[in-house]
Design a binder for this molecule. Structure first.
Ligand code: DGL
Length: 275
């Protein structure tokens, strides 16, 4: 049932961003590049990550709860920085808050189809994203002009969530995920999960130098920035220069603090969350 937005919140307006865990930080950093002064709030649902093998009902429930949490904290624009949560929940979020601008993410098949030279594209994503109705529709929109090989990567998000980005275990997992794409002869690989840009160096090494990698984080951030600038809330950015970006996690606060310090180049304040 549609719910009106709180008309006046006692907290400052902000852009709320969430993911199952750390992956959405790849979207957050792109958003920070676009809007360095915007008040950004990020929630990592690391206590419940990965979402990739969860039911749509579970992801839907978590997404509703997290969105509500971010709204109470003043979010006037919501970025669902997770392909799996977008596939499972963005429609129900839009139904519940029809007045709230909501940006989702989906595997970049369209830019990949434009970029491929040999007509063969690989998609790396979670099982949940690849089996979703949304992905089926996305594939159908591409038609037959391009041959798409979709490769689920169960376990990859768990390893990235541990925070170390160059372990032998991670290399072996990336190699296993990329092998079928190499066999299919793809020349373009879509990163269909927001965690994967953090292991792009390993994917590039496994695929070889002639293979292009498509990450839509910058395009998503540009779209979100346009919506933010068009919204009445953007005025708050003027006096926000230098404020830390606020990160929250339902998981281990110290782990997120470590990751933020090594993966992000801007100042963050990290807290726990009971969302
Ligand atoms: N970053 C999420 C995505 O883009 C990962 C999902 C998961 O937790 O498995 O799909």
């Amino acid at each position: 049932m549609p719910v009106p937005l709180p008309s006046k919140t006692p907290v400052a307006d902000s852009i709320g961003v969430f993911d199952s865990g750390l992956g959405g930080l790849s979207v957050l950093r792109a958003l920070h590049r676009q809007l360095p002064q915007a008040p950004l709030r990020y929630l990592a649902d690391s206590a419940n990550a990965p979402y990739g093998d969860r039911s749509e009902a579970f992801i839907g429930e978590r997404s509703q709860r997290i969105a509500q949490h971010l709204l109470v904290q003043g979010a006037k624009l919501l970025v669902v920085a997770c392909n799996t949560a977008t596939a499972a929940a963005v429609a129900s979020l839009r139904e519940r808050w029809p007045a709230l601008p909501i940006v989702g993410v989906e595997p970049g098949l369209k830019p990949a189809a434009a970029a491929t030279r040999n007509g063969r594209v690989g998609v790396l994503a979670t099982t949940g994203t690849l089996r979703s109705e949304k992905f089926r529709q996305l594939l159908a929109r591409q038609g037959d002009a391009v041959q798409i090989t979709a490769q689920p990567c169960p376990g990859l998000v768990d390893l990235i969530e541990r925070g170390a980005l160059d372990t032998p275990e991670l290399r072996a997992m990336v190699e296993r995920c990329c092998a079928p794409l190499r066999e299919a002869g793809v020349d373009t690989v879509v990163l269909g999960c927001t965690h994967y840009p953090f292991v792009q160096h390993l994917i590039a090494a496994a695929m070889g130098p002639q293979v292009q990698i498509i990450d839509t984080a910058d395009a998503v951030a540009r779209h979100a920035a346009q919506l933010w600038q068009a919204s009445g809330a953007a005025h708050v950015t003027d006096d926000r220069a230098g404020d830390a970006v606020r990160l929250e996690t339902t998981g281990d606060v110290a782990a997120l603090r470590r990751v933020a310090a090594s993966w992000l180049t801007f100042r963050c304040e990290v807290n726990g969350s009971d969302a």
